[in-house]
Design a protein around this ligand. Sequence first.
Ligand code: TEU
Ligand code: CA
Length: 543
Amino acid sequence: MKSQNKWWKSAVIYQIYPRSFADSNGDGIGDLQGIISKLDYLENLGIDAVWLSPVCRSPQDDNGYDISDYQDIDPMFGTLADMETLIEEAGKHHIRIIMDLVLNHSSDEHRWFQEAKKSRDNPYHDYYVWRDGTEGTFPNDMRAAFGGPAWEWVPELGQYYFHQFSVKQPDLNWENPKLRREIYDMINWWIGKGVGGFRLDVIDQIAKEPDKRITGNGPRLHEFLRELSRETFQKADLVTVGEAWGADTELAKLYSNPDNSELSMVFQFEHICLDQEAGKEKWDLAPLPFLKLKEVFERWQTQLYGKGWNSLFWNNHDLPRIVSRWGNDRKYRVESAKMLAILLHGLQGTPYIYQGEELGMTNVRYEMEDYRDIETLNLYRERLEKGYTEAEIMRSIYAKSRDNARTPMQWNDGENAGFTVGKPWIKVNPNYREINAAGQISDANSVFGCYRELIRLRKKYPVYAEGEFRMLCREDENVFAYLREDEEYQLLVICNFHDGTVQNPLGEPDAGMKLLVGNYPEACRGAVLRPYEAGMYLLDKRR
Ligand code: TEU
Ligand code: CA
């Protein structure tokens, strides 16, 4: 099937973290009606679909990634009727709604788990992963992602259950066909409600085999995925994106095989993990190896060409803000935010924009008491116990805490950035008076204006979806440049990734090259590139 036939191949997807997007009722927490009230904003930006982080019923131990009822909406966000309204209203704005499916684990407050822990022969017992043992002697020494052992003792049963994330997120047992059937029925119920697709949380971890210490990429993973896809997604025209920290290009080709047997694409994190010490945690900071970044992008762009499909992203609700991370969020905030956008949005794949990225929103530096994220709070405690200094820990938190992404959306320069009339669940970034949507939407030279233009161009020229990729000046230590090409067009992207002025290794672009987007008032045409200068050019080969 030709790529054009798949709507998501020329689409741009916008991620909303509902609790931080827009609060409609003043309780300080964003909600579905809040999102509905911002559909005009989203249509103006031009995006095709919204991925909603989880809004299902949840005790919110991990902000909704701990689901206690997959077929209901958490009262904090609204009702099922609000969700139906959102799907319908979004449709009128030409926006599809993508739900977040958390299928690796449920909440311990899910009815299945409540039943499962009643007795070993309860019909739901086998929905989870249990091992016999004695109190205090764990089945093995595996650790959970948010700290502590991956095993939790249930005295009534004399058994441990397995959890890769928090204790309140027991892992589901995909070996059990009854559980799988129940999951498919639930997904089909959502498809019936008219959703446009799904993002699948930590999908590469569902086929775990803890006895062998296997978490990601278990032996049965792709068997499970093909069954899941056949029983659900393939029946409708959906986009599906799996979160796969353990994917390399070979695995990504399996996941995103154009035969549609598994998913549309995956989120892979090879570029995201570059600025940390090898073999250590994300908190162990290292400078970004720029040549390696280029090598990673080139490999993914070329190896998946015609054989799979890339997702393109800098940000999500777990990651620090890209302009603070790899740009310069003070002196060159606008220039570097646009450069990063131009670099990413010229590539092949489906671009994702995380709320506020289109405004150039930045990281925060809070007092410890103002952080909310379970991962950040546990890390702080754990590293203090291990003897790290307060200053070292705070440096890591400022750079990598998930709360950097979770501060309220900055709508205007009014109180609480226009996010809520109440007390926000997490503090607003104090820079909202300078950085906010109201100040940018009607300014074509704003970061918002740049994103809007990039989205429009992707829809206009098929070369964005189809063109072949070729890396340019691979060895240049400052400049990221590449070509995309199809029969009609050649697209050229040149980005100075550096804080200062550098030599333009490509020289002046061909006279026939028309500047489509740039980040300085006058186009870069000369021998030098200014700090973070970026340009995207188009050559019409038929002329
Ligand atoms: O994240 C997967 C995951 O592995 C995270 O723990 C990630 O490693 C971490 O945030 C980066 O430090 C997904 C969701 O995106 C995340 O929000 C959830 O907390 C997690 O799954 C559990 O559902
Ligand atoms: Ca609310």
